[in-house]
Design a protein around this ligand. Structure first.
Ligand code: AMP
Length: 415
């Protein structure tokens, strides 16, 4: 199938061509026709599947078909996303694919870390599409200076990533502010009960689309598990960068401070590295991301939160310097490489302490991977012995008083 068969207008086809999109991905093939028919859609899809274009393209098409003559733009589309980066990417996608339309749609991103006044000003200048993180959107909404009565499309992108952010309550406030009659679309990598509850809040009549491309993506990723002592992970990574000649590398770490420290160390060794975490302000994040995309930075050390939703092509290798806490995040992390049909590498560093956790990850991801050791970086020491016997029970130990009494008795015996 090609994009022309999906009944998109020439202006959109031209933009697709410029962007190098030759063939729709499975999610695009499934979702685009449904949205063009005016259906609500609930889609199970991952980042990397091409899901952004699957809603951006048909919405642009419908906006274009329903465009009135010479009127000031009204907000017709609201997209909610879990992160600032994803918000910016989706807003950019609307502009990129809409740029050859007779009336270019305007998309405004509403994200934390930037002035509300500036964002409101942009909205009031007239825009067709609002892309926002939900918390910030509510803040802007509370100023009561936006007209949301023309909203025709509501999109929840990466809904599963919004769950832990108190999203369900926020959504209630947002739904109250927009028209009940609208087309709804939701994307989520998983559909636990909480997500289904959210889905039922926004629509009762959605067509369900499930694209099992997760395994397809993972099939293109060469996964390796390397046993190495904690302190040797940095030197091993430098060694592998040199030996394997990886291009762009995204390294996941457990905490912010560690990403700063290691990025500094790598720079000392003459490598182009940078850290990426939630403590950076928005401008620093944008700059770092831009530099990484433009390959001015080769190695990006990131925390999970910061890396969520990043849309970067050409990541050659994803490294689990620290394992993800949740086994589900493993697939999500390594899916950052091998995007849109390319191949990629994923390395996980494990030591005695994380071995059991990695087994869990394998079970959950339905893979069994060979453990490797790299010459010169072998895992030393021994596995910590399991503690034998029952663990001490709280409250059953000797009290201070008892110990004092025993001591006194012993002293008395001695005398
Ligand atoms: P997404 O899942 O929307 O984050 O998209 C993942 C990556 O695939 C993005 O970098 C897109 O630019 C790219 N992409 C999406 N659809 C296509 C397509 N049909 N052809 C080529 N690249 C695509």
């Amino acid at each position: 199938m090609n994009f022309r068969e999906l009944a998109l207008s020439q202006a959109i086809l031209d933009a697709l061509k410029v962007e190098g999109y030759t063939k729709p991905t499975p999610i695009q093939e499934a979702v685009i026709p449904l949205l063009l028919e005016g259906k609500d859609v609930m889609a199970k899809a991952q980042t990397g599947s091409g899901k952004s274009a699957s809603f951006v393209l048909p919405i642009l098409e419908l906006l274009d078909q329903r465009r009135g003559e010479g009127k000031k733009a009204k907000i017709k589309v609201l997209v909610l996303t879990p992160t600032r980066e994803l918000t910016l990417q989706v807003a950019a996608a609307f502009e990129t694919f809409g740029r050859y339309l007779a009336v270019k749609p305007k998309a405004v991103a509403i994200i934390g870390g930037e002035s509300i006044g500036d964002q409101l000003y942009k909205v009031q200048q007239g825009c067709d599409v609002l892309v926002a993180t939900s918390g910030r959107f509510l803040e802007v909404l509370s100023k009561k200076q936006m007209n949301l009565s023309h909203i025709e499309f509501l999109v929840l992108d990466e809904a599963d990533k919004m769950l832990n952010l108190g999203f369900s309550e926020e959504l209630d406030g947002i739904l109250e502010a927009i028209p009940a009659e609208r087309q709804n679309l939701m994307f989520s990598a998983t559909y636990p009960q909480k997500i289904l509850d959210i889905a039922s809040k926004i629509t009762q009549k959605a067509v369900e689309v499930s694209i099992e491309d997760e395994t397809e993506t993972v099939a293109n990723i060469k996964q390796r598990v390397i046993e190495v002592n904690r302190d040797n992970r940095g030197p091993l990574l430098r060694h592998l960068l040199k030996q394997e000649k990886y291009g762009q590398v995204l390294v996941f770490m457990a905490n912010k401070r560690a990403t700063d420290n290691i990025a500094m160390k790598f720079k000392k060794y003459g490598l182009s590295a940078q850290s990426f975490h939630g403590d950076l302000d928005q401008e620093e994040r944008n700059e770092t991301l831009q530099a990484f995309k433009q390959k001015k930075i080769q190695v990006l050390f990131a925390t999970d939160i910061a890396a969520r939703g990043l849309d970067i092509d050409d990541i050659d290798c994803v490294v689990n310097f620290d394992l993800p806490r949740s086994p589900a995040d493993y697939i999500h992390r390594i899916g950052r490489t091998a995007r849109a049909g390319k191949s990629g590498h994923a390395l996980s560093f494990i030591d005695y302490e994380s071995m059991a956790h990695f087994k869990l990850i394998e079970k959950r991801s339905e893979v069994t991977l060979k453990r490797e050791q790299i010459e010169g970086f072998e895992l030393l020491g021994e596995a910590p012995k399991k503690v034998k016997g029952p663990a001490p029970v709280k409250g059953k130990g000797k009290s201070k008083k008892d110990r004092a009494r025993e001591k006194a008795a012993q002293e008395a015996k001695k005398n």
